[in-house]
Structures are given as C-alpha cells and as structure tokens.
Design a binder for this molecule. Structure first.
Ligand SMILES: Cc1ncc(COP(=O)(O)O)c(CN[C@@H](CS)C(=O)O)c1O
Length: 390
C-alpha cells in the first residue's frame, strides 16, 4: 500500500540536508556552548551562522532580537505573558485584540491572562475569514489596548491575514503587534521589519526542520521579560542550555525553505489546486477560503454527509494521512471551530478534512489520493444516515 503524507501543517519531514547538518552536534561537537573550554567554544561559529540565517530568513534587523525557544507554543506564551507583565499589569492598557481562529497557544494563553486582569477582544472575521482593516480601526482604542495578536496564516484553512496593513495601523496608534507566523514561514515570504511587527513566532518543524525548536523575533525596544529565567542564555531572554543541533537545523531549514518559496508558489500550488479541483468535482463539497487568499499548500474541505473523522480513518486505512483540522484539536469531536468562526453551518463544520502538502509531495501521491478520496466519499455516503443527494 502506498503511504501519502498530506498533514504537513501538523509537522513536516526533516529535510535530509538539515538532518545531516545536525548530526555532528550529538556525538562529535556536543559541548555546552556556555562552557569556556574548547568543547563549548567550538560550537559557537555554527551557532553564529544559524542566528545569521534566522535573522536573514525572517527579515530581522541587526538591532532586533531573535531568540531560540523549544517551539512556537513557547514563543507565543513568551510574547503574551511578557506584554502582560510589562504593560497590562503596570498600565491602564489592559486589552489584547486577537481573533477567534488563533492557535490554542495564543487563545488559551489569552483565556489565562483574562483570569488575571487582561481584557481579551476577539475581532470578528469578514466573509473571507480574515480581520479587515476597518474592523481593527473600529475596535482599537490606543488608550486601552496593550497588544494586537493576529496570526499570519491560519493553520486549518491556510487563509492569509493582511498583516502588513494591520501592523502598520497598530504601530500608527502606538500599539504593539504580534503575529504567529508558524503557518506562513516556508510557504509565503515573511519579513518582520518589512511588515513592521513587534513580535513574530515560528517553529522549525513546520518548514522541514526538527521538532522541539522554535523562535521568537523581538523588535528592538519592544517590551520584554523572559518566560524562563535562570541563566544568561540568549542574552538573558531565554534561559536554558541551548539546543545547538536544533538551532543549527532550524537555521538551515529556514534558509532552504526560503530558497524553495518559488517552488511552493508554483509546483506545490499546482498540486494543491489539482487535488482541490478534484474535491470540488465531487457533488456537495465545499472548500473554505478563496484559493488565491490561502497559502499554497492547504485545503480545508467539507464533504456533506460524511463525518470528518470517518473520512480520515478511511483514508488512513489506505495509507493517506490527512486531518480533521489542527492536530491539537484532533481528539475533539466538536465541529471545526475555525469553520464555525467563519460562519460555515455546524453540520458542515463536522465534515471538515484538512489536506496540507509540502515540497516533498509528488504528482503520483496526489493522483493516488484523488482516486482513493472519490471512492471513500462515495462509500461513506452510501452508509451515511444524513446524506441525501441534493
Ligand atoms: C498557527 C500555529 N501556531 C502555533 C502552533 C504550535 O506549534 P508548536 O511548534 O507545535 O508549538 C501551531 C501548530 N499547529 C499544528 C499542531 S496543533 C496543526 O496541526 O495545525 C500552529 O499551526
């Protein structure tokens, strides 16, 4: 049976070139970078190269900070709690403006901060599933707002948010702006300085780097306190012995991902559109978001009358890996929250399936997926208690 991996928004394969670059830091150059002896100092040049790649890869200025974390969840927690301690707990600016479709590593932190005095406002989405500038202008009161936190691209739909214009307006009002760029980096161009954000989160395992390592961009002068204290690592901004192999891997993965952006925009998009067209040719289906307003690798599709869980298990039995939405919500049998937030009816929101490709996806894999998907949907509808051919 052929195995086809179409859940790249959950995690990706490590690029073999990244794996190779990481290997020597396990059994050859394994010293603690903070050690003064040669086992520690010999890894410094590679760390410098990795940091240079990270700065260049996300468009950070030399005067900005980029810290290495364990994952984007840590990066998001760090930003939101830093703004809480440095702004919300010390001034009359108690508000965080965010969206109803953020990843739980933003939304659940906001819920926690609301229990501790923050005021969280979820900005309504328009019919395209994004926050438009007029909405931000309507809700943003600069006297009361500490931070705007809006993701660059949604992990379930792939819908891209207009970060440049939103961040520019927040900056014009003297309000801090954070973007969770996890699902944008490696798919579309991301440049922190160009769009003018104060904070930007990312995660290596979303762009063919290793799991367990992420990053956080902090614009020069942006308020900050560490989430993790206890050592002078990362200039005191993130304590803990640095994951040298992960840092080297993430730096190279980001450089390779940016080299491949043209391939993402052409070949990956072509294969995604081929699968999407085949899905839309099946009766009573729906794809969320206009494809030109999405990152090139993602489809969130709805198959009327077919439970999302049933379909992904049927596909899984035939070797195809997809998801009902984000991996962190995959245990939930609730309707897809993103679809509910953008107004899709709840019955359809139970039938969501996410397909996310990568630069390693082949045409043969897409052709096999189309063949299997057509048969699976047909078979499941025949036994469906709710599907009546419209
Ligand atoms: C937008 C966004 N923000 C943060 C994270 C968390 O990344 P970590 O490095 O795993 O901590 C993710 C990871 N989303 C995966 C797992 S839930 C998905 O299936 O959609 C994300 O998509």
């Amino acid at each position: 049976m052929q195995r086809v991996y179409l859940d790249n928004n959950a995690t990706t394969i490590v690029d073999p070139r990244v794996k190779e670059a990481m290997e020597i830091y396990f059994c050859q150059q394994y010293g603690n970078p903070n050690s003064l002896h040669q086992f520690g100092t010999e890894v410094h040049p590679a760390m410098r190269v990795a940091l240079d790649r990270l700065y260049a890869g996300i468009g950070a200025a030399d005067e900005d900070d980029v810290i290495v974390t364990s994952c984007a969840t840590e990066s998001n927690n760090t930003v939101l709690k830093a703004v809480y301690w440095e702004v919300i707990s010390k001034t009359n600016k108690k508000r965080i403006l965010t969206t109803p479709v953020e990843h739980p590593s933003v939304s659940h932190v906001c819920e926690f901060l609301a229990e501790n005095g923050a005021e969280i406002i979820e900005l309504p989405l328009n019919k395209y599933g994004i926050v438009d500038l007029s909405t931000l202008k309507e809700y943003l009161d600069p006297e009361k707002t500490a931070l705007v936190s809006i993701m660059w691209a949604n992990n379930e739909t792939g819908i891209i948010f207009p970060i440049k214009e939103l961040a520019a307006y927040a900056r014009s009002q003297g309000v801090l702006f954070h973007t969770d760029a996890v699902q944008a980096i490696g798919k579309i161009p991301v440049n922190a300085r160009e769009v003018g954000v104060d904070y930007l989160s990312f995660s290596a395992h979303k762009f063919h780097g290793p799991k367990g390592v992420g990053g956080l961009y902090i614009r020069q002068g942006a308020p900050f306190v560490p989430l993790l204290h206890g050592g002078e690592h990362m200039g005191g901004k993130r304590s803990g012995t640095i994951n040298v192999a992960g840092m080297v891997g993430m730096g190279l993965a980001l450089e390779l991902a940016n080299y491949a952006l043209e391939y993402e925009a052409t070949e990956v998009r072509r294969l995604r559109d081929k699968l999407e067209d085949a899905i839309l040719a099946i009766p009573d289906t729906l794809v969320i978001g206009k494809r030109e307003l999405r990152v090139p690798n993602t489809i969130l599709a709805s198959f009327r009358g077919v439970e999302g869980e049933a379909l992904i298990w049927d596909l899984n039995k035939q070797g195809i890996a997809a998801s009902t939405g984000s991996a962190c919500a995959s245990e939930s049998l609730e309707p897809n929250p993103v679809m509910v937030a953008i107004g899709v009816d709840r019955e359809l929101a139970h039938t969501a399936v996410r397909f996310s490709l990568s630069r390693f996806t082949t045409e043969e894999e897409i052709d096999y997926t189309i063949e299997v998907l057509r048969a699976s949907v047909k078979r499941l509808r025949e036994i469906s208690s709710t599907y009546k051919k419209c």
